[in-house]
Design a protein around this ligand. Sequence first.
Ligand code: PMP
Length: 428
Amino acid sequence: SRSAELFEKAKTLFPGGVNSPVRAFRSVGGTPLFFAKGQGSHVWDEDCNEFIDYCCSWGPLILGHAHPSVVKAVQDTVALGSSFGAPTRLENELAELILSHHKYIEKIRFVSSGTEAAMSAIRLARGYTGRDKIIKFEGCYHGHVDSLLVKAGSGLVTLGTSSSAGIPEAYAKETIVLPLNDKAALDEAVKQFKDQIAVVAIEPIPANNGLLLQEGEFLRYVREVCTRENIVLLFDEVISGFRVGFEGASAYYGIQPDVLAFGKIIGGGLPVGAYAASSKIMSHVAPEGPVYQAGTLSGNPVAMSAGIAQLTECLRPGFYEELKEKTDYLVNNVLNYARSKNYAFNIFSVGSIFWVSFSAQKSIRRSDEIDSDEMKKFAPFHRALLEQGIYLGPSGYEVGFVSAAHSTADIDRTIEAMQRALDVVFAG
Ligand code: PMP
């Protein structure tokens, strides 16, 4: 096939043939599809095969592919020049749109990826507190930031490693990794490193190592401890932000974090990330304060215009309710089928995020509760879905996303396809 040919060529050009590891299809077998086109909820590969897409670029495309208002905004803006390295009106517009509809933040700084957002947020927390150590949770991914690439999820689990080469011990030593959903472990760490911890970083909706939904009670406890110990609480909302609601997980759980990191949806499919906090904390960022952070393409006007167009749609009344209804319909129908057949299978979901799990466990809140042997069933499941024109991201540890563009007909087709795929998987 054309995709296979392109992949052969790509292997001579890029490490592993890809520009981001999880794209390589290593955990599901076969070769990656090369995509030629996306429209709404559908994508077409270079061989003209059509798929209903639940990867949605790993989350950014909450309106689906090539949404008319995003396309128009990008075209209109790029025609006026793609970058100035100077302020533009569009940065103000996107910032105002966000800040006026998000009660958990007062000031924002745009960067170009989720990784940069998390990295900068950590630096800000360290600069703000004058402390060095950070706490992160096993299975939470915060981009390929050196000090955060310790027991992270995402491509790292897919590749079967929990850390990365090339990170000095000295950096890793500043990072304390704790299990999720474990108050005692947090207490112990905070006691042992009293007055040394700058920040507790967490994905409040951990979605990079399966979907490890946390109880509100645990997150509230983390908040309490951070407040008591003067530790900055960083919510990495790169996935959950503007996804489970415009105000993300903060509003979902009703918890005020100190600093938030954003990415994905905020850029409408173009490279945008951001970090945000109270005016007081943000006043520590250069040039107002001593924490340096900069970017040639930060606040890029074309990317800003895509973000404005996309977030404007998200603010339509009923937008998130509709997304959730559709997702629940998908999830419930597949689950009912799996139960009727006694398959050891579950789907966890929140809002329009879902994760298929090949075990009947009712809750999975920590990465070590996932049975990696059972997860091998994801590969045949993925393959059976591809054969029926359904595209999930090529890793069982990654979540799926429903977009506003998915129609009832799409979902009905997907339910049938997933039911058949389950029959294939559980037939052995
Ligand atoms: N944080 C979280 C929670 C993420 O899910 C991701 C990416 N999946 C990142 C940070 C890094 O974002 P990016 O890939 O845009 O650098």
